[in-house]
Design a protein around this ligand. Structure first.
Ligand code: MG
Length: 384
């Protein structure tokens, strides 16, 4: 029996994880779970899965429930991270949204657990620290992100020096074919209509701006240790090919499947083995034809280039990009900046905080805070 902690249990990846575990009850036991503030949903899920260790990230959500606090429910970011260290936990599924996912990633890896990582922001904001935590504690980082799960599967059995290049696929999002003028006018409802994947609001907006793909390039750089010039991105509108690996001999291996997050979740839980799952076995190449690939249009999607350049710059730049982007997305969802205004906010923040370092967690958190304040000021300036 594998003990699983599901962090972000009520979000999109959290729900996919629980759906997978419902079908594999003999293999997995949900020993811990957390959510940002959905206390009622957590209570129901804890009863269903017989889960004893529970945390709510937003402590205020427990204010009127002293019964739960006295029943041992944890609260606050530290309470969530603590779940990743529990002795009965073998795998921590980190599906927390945003940079808030960093402390639980570090806690899981430092305690020698497998961290099934859906929180790519951990690696973007503090890639070196996350890798160091894994080395120190003997933890293991396994991606839940579909592209990175694909790469892991394509690389199986090969040696690092045999890998020449990674090619991540991007759906292109809802504005793949939109004019620059239409994108300027785009509202949140349109941007939230993702063509192939059903996900939370933050990542859906990131997919519409292609900021998500920049975050994924940085994620791939840290997960697989390849330099940025050997990580490429191609637009693939139907999201059937989840990524490619090109080897030094010219062979290219891809991993495919109908877009469904349950597949990479199951793989992150069971890697390197594959348990039978009839629900996910539904591949029909004829129905899924044709497979189309296009270049990324960096002019219409400036957040993509800004993010990749931040990755290349290194130091604190990826953390600044990530924090500014989180503020920009939040402001767009609230109607405070336009769709194209998000890139302005991020570009201005990167410029002001250029050259910062982030060599320990305190520094990362300080840079993250400074970038958030700067980006918020930028939002106000644009609105005025
Ligand atoms: Mg992805």
């Amino acid at each position: 029996m594998t003990g699983v902690a599901v962090l972000g249990a009520t979000g999109s990846v959290g729900r996919s994880t629980l759906a997978v575990i419902r079908r594999h009850r003999k293999r997995f036991r949900v020993v811990a779970m957390s959510a940002r503030r959905s206390v009622g949903a957590l209570e129901r899920l804890a009863a269903e899965f017989g889960t004893g260790d529970i945390a709510v990230a937003d402590a205020a959500a427990l204010a009127d429930r002293p019964d739960l606090s006295s029943a041992g429910w944890r609260s606050g970011p530290a309470g969530v991270a603590e779940l990743g260290r529990l002795p009965g936990v073998d795998v921590v599924v980190n599906a927390v949204a945003g940079a808030a996912g960093l402390p639980p990633t570090l806690a899981a890896l430092e305690s020698g657990k497998r961290c099934a990582l859906a929180n790519k922001e951990s690696l973007v904001a503090a890639g070196e620290l996350v890798l160091a935590a894994a080395r120190r504690g003997g933890g293991e980082l396994v991606p839940v992100d579909s592209e990175h799960s694909a790469i892991l599967q394509c690389m199986a059995g090969s040696r690092p020096d045999e890998v020449h290049r990674l090619v991540l696929t991007a759906s292109g999002g809802p504005f793949r074919e939109a004019s620059a003028e239409a994108m300027e006018r785009a509202d949140a409802a349109t941007a939230l209509r993702h063509p192939t994947w059903e996900m939370g609001a933050k990542i859906t907006i990131d997919s519409a701006t292609l900021a998500n793909k920049a975050l994924e390039v940085i994620e791939a750089h840290f997960l697989y240790g390849l330099p940025y010039e050997r990580i490429d991105v191609v637009v693939h509108p139907t999201s059937i090919v989840h990524s490619f690996v090109e080897f030094v001999d010219g062979s290219v291996i891809s991993q495919m499947g109908v877009p469904n997050m349950e597949l990479p979740v199951l793989h992150a839980l069971t890697w390197p083995r594959r348990p039978p799952d009839p629900v996910l076995r539904n591949f029909d190449p004829v129905a899924l034809s044709p497979l189309v690939f296009e270049p990324v249009d960096e002019t219409r999607f400036p957040l993509f280039r800004l993010g990749v350049n931040a990755g290349r710059a290194g130091g604190a730049a990826p953390a600044v990009f990530n924090a500014a982007n989180e503020v920009a997305v939040d402001s767009f969802l609230k109607g405070e900046v336009t769709f194209t205004g998000m890139a302005e906010v991020v570009a201005a923040t990167l410029e002001v905080l250029d050259g910062r370092t982030a060599s320990d967690l305190r520094e990362v958190l300080r840079v993250d805070g400074a970038a958030r304040r700067r980006a918020s000021a930028e939002v106000k300036r644009i609105r005025a």
